[in-house]
Design a protein around this ligand. Structure first.
Ligand code: FEO
Length: 131
């Protein structure tokens, strides 16, 4: 069973953005599974690196959409993205430790941030793009 279920409630009505969010959720689920099953440090690092790269890709895509639409809330949205990248940096640091343990607090924050961000901040962007 997935740590985060991808269901209709997380879709915000933009085909490309929704598909990217689903991929992000999939990577977080993989990271959670790797950690909870006590997988090797190498595997946890690999998934973390994929999550990091895909997050940067997704944020860049969204920010390009915002710039293209001359989105009024661009700066605030981008600042939120930067917060998440900082959290991923913390995760990467934690994963360098010998036992590869990512703290549950960091993990909980990361998941909470993503779900809140999609539901509120990204939803507001998509509503604006669709006008
Ligand atoms: Fe889908 Fe604003 O990140």
């Amino acid at each position: 069973m997935s740590f985060i279920a991808w269901d209709g409630s997380l879709a915000i009505g933009h085909k490309v953005i929704d598909a990217q969010h689903e991929s992000l959720v999939g990577l977080i689920n993989r990271l959670h599974t790797a950690q909870s099953q006590g997988k090797a440090q190498q595997e946890i690092k690999l998934v973390l690196m994929e999550l990091y790269k895909y997050t940067l890709f997704h944020f860049n895509e969204e920010e390009a959409l915002m710039r293209g639409a001359d989105y009024a809330f661009y700066a605030g949205h981008r600042a939120e993205h930067e917060k998440f990248i900082c959290a991923l940096d913390v995760l990467a640091e934690e994963a360098k430790a010998e036992d590869s343990h990512v703290s549950s607090e960091t993990f909980t924050w990361l998941v909470g941030w993503l779900l809140d961000h999609i539901s509120a901040v990204d939803r507001k962007l998509v509503a604006c793009l669709q006008k």
